[in-house]
Design a protein around this ligand. Structure first.
Ligand code: ADP
Ligand code: ADP
Ligand code: ZN
Length: 214
């Protein structure tokens, strides 16, 4: 099953991803996580992505799409994947659809986390992220059990992402409205999209997401 977890930056996609993956038995494919891993490892891809990420802009479509096609071809993703943070433009959505169709697959489910901008700003400013595994925390709403240490993987690498500073947060929200919001009507025209109120508590959102998977 191929699932798209959609929503603006800070909507809770990363927070919900593990439970969705467990329920659907598919791997988590988060384009942002892949870029950050490459940045950390100093690869050419990481170098290329850095400027866009620092400015709160999108990495060019072709680059992202090649990366995703590659990832979806790996053995663990042959039965489907959870796409988190992709597609982010209509061009990406079209390329994804074309790739899936060519491989006898399709977008089976779209979960859309709905959260207003003012809530997103507070969430992103208070977000802390594990540099080792990508797990997402919040200083008030969802702190790790031990400060700075990841509950999921144990690494003492829970820090603020560079692009979660306030200036970049605002740029990212603008990018979302300018380029990504248009993906939603594109998806609605093709797939049943389940809207989930992402402002509810994390556990409640998880239950709603779970029931949407059937
Ligand atoms: P995304 O992956 O969509 O960018 P995250 O899952 O990283 O978003 O969540 C953004 C921030 O909001 C994190 O700090 C996270 O802990 C917090 N958060 C996520 N879901 C909720 C929720 N339902 N209620 C309150 N805070 C939340
Ligand atoms: P968030 O969900 O908090 O916005 P992500 O981790 O999904 O953050 O993405 C971080 C950054 O990585 C984005 O601001 C963008 O620069 C880049 N990025 C991630 N996914 C994509 C994508 N599908 N297309 C273009 N750029 C992307
Ligand atoms: Zn971790």
């Amino acid at each position: 099953m191929d699932i798209v977890l959609f929503g603006p930056p800070g909507a809770g996609k990363g927070t919900q991803a593990a439970a969705v993956c467990a329920a659907a038995n598919v791997p988590h494919v988060a384009t942002g996580d892949i870029f950050r891993k490459n940045l950390k490892e100093g690869t050419a891809l990481g170098q290329l992505a850095r400027g866009y990420m620092d400015r709160g802009e999108l990495v060019p479509d072709q680059l992202v799409c090649d990366l995703v096609a590659d990832r979806l071809s790996q053995a663990d993703a042959l039965g489907g994947a959870l796409l988190d943070g992709f597609p982010r433009t209509v061009v990406q959505a079209e390329l994804l659809e074309r790739w899936l169709t060519a491989h006898g697959r399709r977008i089976d489910v779209v979960l859309n986390l709905v959260v207003p901008d003012e809530v997103l700003v507070r969430r992103l400013s208070g977000r802390r992220t594990c540099r080792a595994c990508g797990a997402s925390y919040h200083v008030d709403h969802n702190p790790p059990r031990t400060a700075g240490v990841c509950d999921a993987c144990g690494a003492a690498e829970v820090v603020q992402r560079d692009d979660d500073r306030e200036e970049t947060v605002l740029a990212r929200l603008q990018t979302y409205h300018r380029e990504t919001a248009a993906v939603l009507p594109w998806l609605r025209a093709r797939v049943a999209v389940t809207d989930v109120d992402g402002t509810l508590p994390i556990g409640v959102v998880q239950d709603l997401v779970h029931s949407a998977l059937g």
